[in-house]
Design a protein around this ligand. Structure first.
Ligand SMILES: Cc1ncc(COP(=O)(O)OP(=O)(O)O)c(N)n1
Ligand SMILES: Cc1ncsc1CCOP(=O)(O)O
Ligand SMILES: [Mg+2]
Length: 503
């Protein structure tokens, strides 16, 4: 059995099987995480945080409890330890050798955000020698990083960079040193190191007492995203954004009396429950069959945007973008609102091309912007951390910038010549592959793609390529439903062939 696994001193996760690249949910095993963690009676951290985080991220979580703690919002009063003995760390390490796993996240829980020491120095050596070399990523906070390194307190971003590099030398493939406790910092800055490059991941510092369990939740969310098929950098960015949004949502709730309280992990399910069946947030597999509307084509065939969108969804579209270049604003907004309802009732995300104002006004799931549209960084500020942002990229540099700007995916093309977008440079399959390989974000291919060539695009099986975006092959046709079904079948065949080849 293939597993994705995440481990911290208090958590280990496994996922059974990689999620196949298909939109046919009935045949999918849900992504699965197993956490090996301590129980927090206050229910803000540990096993309880992991369960809630995974639930909020749409991932099934099962549990092994390594320690029972009695805590409340004033502090950890009695504790038996997270991985309370060298023996437990050693059993975990042996199990990991015996049952190799796909991904391992080690959250070296030693000092909680409330400052309580959760693991003694005796297990440090076991950590360094056994767990860290096996880890795909480790997620220490400032105190844990200095404990693992046996060094002085980390006080600056520059200290965090040095610590990340030294920790990387202990064996993990990636390191994120969390700077939430960094003094005198307006932003919450985390330093991510992949062995080559450093990235400073910044988010606004939310003023709240409700920060208990942020470390566990970040690690759980990284695990959940990995279980859904994400690669490491996007998983870390989604996790950071998830924690930031959850803190913001929960900043005023009052649970307990201490200086620190828990936050609400599953806020999404609540706001979602009232509005739609769709889980808020971005899932890269949504890019599988990306239908992009065109006002001119709808007019030509005498149909409304809403009818076009309904037909594409019925045929298997997994995400919809309204690209209504000629629409008058008032009419566009009305149509966008109606399409939002249709998409959400089917659990499909709706994005708006170019128009951030329309996306905000109809509460769409996000936007797609090109190189000459609103910069993605500004779009992110306007739309907030939860909305989906896609950016058109033809080059490695543009793809890198999109990642820095906080985009969720990139659209790369034209893969083939197209009549839909005037003067569009064709990058070809080779150009697509180059961008995909360099991208830290999931990619959707676009431009001249139809049922005859979509298989060749997907069978490149190049990393990060998640699907195809199509305009004319769906919407400049007599029957959108038939064409979408046809394309969906082609993509499914290509995906299962790729899956067979890679296993
Ligand atoms: C998924 C996707 N990829 C690329 C584009 C093109 O966006 P842009 O470069 O801004 O060009 P216009 O579509 O605005 O003409 C897209 N819309 N969707
Ligand atoms: C919007 C866009 N961006 C790059 S190519 C393209 C047009 C895609 O349309 P079609 O699928 O009809 O070729
Ligand atoms: Mg545009």
């Amino acid at each position: 059995m293939a597993y994705t696994q995440v481990l911290s001193t208090s958590c280990m996760f496994y996922k059974e099987d990689r999620v196949p690249m298909t939109s046919d949910n009935s045949k999918m095993k849900p992504p699965h995480v197993l956490t090996v963690a301590g129980s927090d009676s206050g229910a803000g951290a540990g096993i309880q945080a992991d369960l809630k985080t995974c639930a909020a991220r749409g991932v099934y979580c099962s549990t092994v409890i390594t320690a029972v703690t009695a805590q409340n919002t004033v502090g950890v009063q009695v504790k038996t330890g997270m991985l309370p003995s060298v023996g437990i760390v050693s059993v975990l390490s042996q199990s990991l050798h015996e049952f190799p796993v796909r991904a391992l996240v080690v959250d070296p829980v030693m000092v909680s955000t409330s400052g309580d020491v959760l693991a003694g120095p005796s297990i440090l050596a076991e950590f360094r020698e056994e767990l860290l070399p096996m880890a795909d990523i480790i997620t220490p906070n400032l105190k844990e990083a200095s404990a693992l390194l046996g060094c002085q307190q980390l006080k600056t971003v520059s200290d965090m960079r040095s610590a990340a590099k030294l920790l990387h030398e202990m064996g993990p493939r990636y390191v994120i040193v969390k700077g939430g406790d960094l003094p005198d910092s307006l932003d919450a800055v985390d330093v991510f190191f992949d062995g080559q490059d450093f990235y400073e991941l910044r988010s606004s510092r939310i003023k709240t007492r409700n920060t208990h369990g942020t470390g566990c939740s970040l690690a759980s969310c990284i695990a959940a995203e990995l279980a859904k098929g994400s690669s490491m950098l996007p998983a870390v960015k989604v996790a950071k954004r998830y924690v930031e949004t959850a803190l913001d949502y929960s900043k005023d709730i009052a649970i307990g009396n201490g200086t620190q309280g828990p936050f609400d992990h599953i806020f999404r399910l609540k706001s979602n429950g009232q509005k739609s069946h769709r889980q808020v947030g971005f899932n890269p597999s949504d890019l599988f069959l990306y239908a992009v509307t065109d006002s001119g084509m709808n007019e030509k065939w005498g149909r409304s945007i809403t009818d076009a969108v309904k037909a594409a969804i019925e045929g298997g579209a997994t995400i919809v973008q309204l690209r209504e270049k000629d629409a008058e604003t008032h009419k566009f907004l009305e149509a966008a609102k109606a399409c939002c309802e249709i998409c959400h009732s089917h659990g499909i995300p709706l994005l708006i091309n170019d128009r951030i104002d329309i996306a905000l006004a109809c509460d769409a799931d996000g936007v797609h912007v090109g190189q000459s549209d609103m910069p993605a960084s500004v779009a992110r500020t306007l739309l907030g951390p939860e909305k989906i942002i896609g950016v058109s990229c033809k080059t490695i540099e543009q793809a890198h910038q999109a990642w820095i700007d906080g985009a969720d995916y990139i659209g790369c093309g034209g893969v083939y010549p197209t009549n839909t977008k005037a003067n569009n440079l064709t990058v070809g399959l080779e150009g697509l592959k180059t961008v995909c390989k360099a991208s830290k974000l999931p990619v959707v291919a676009i431009g001249g793609i139809n049922a005859s060539n979509a298989g060749s695009v997907m069978e490149t099986a190049v990393q990060n390529l998640k699907g195809v975006a199509v305009v004319s092959a769906l919407f400049d046709r007599e029957c959108i439903l038939t064409e979408t079904r046809k394309l969906h079948a082609v993509l499914k065949t290509a995906a299962s062939m790729t899956l067979q080849r890679t296993h």
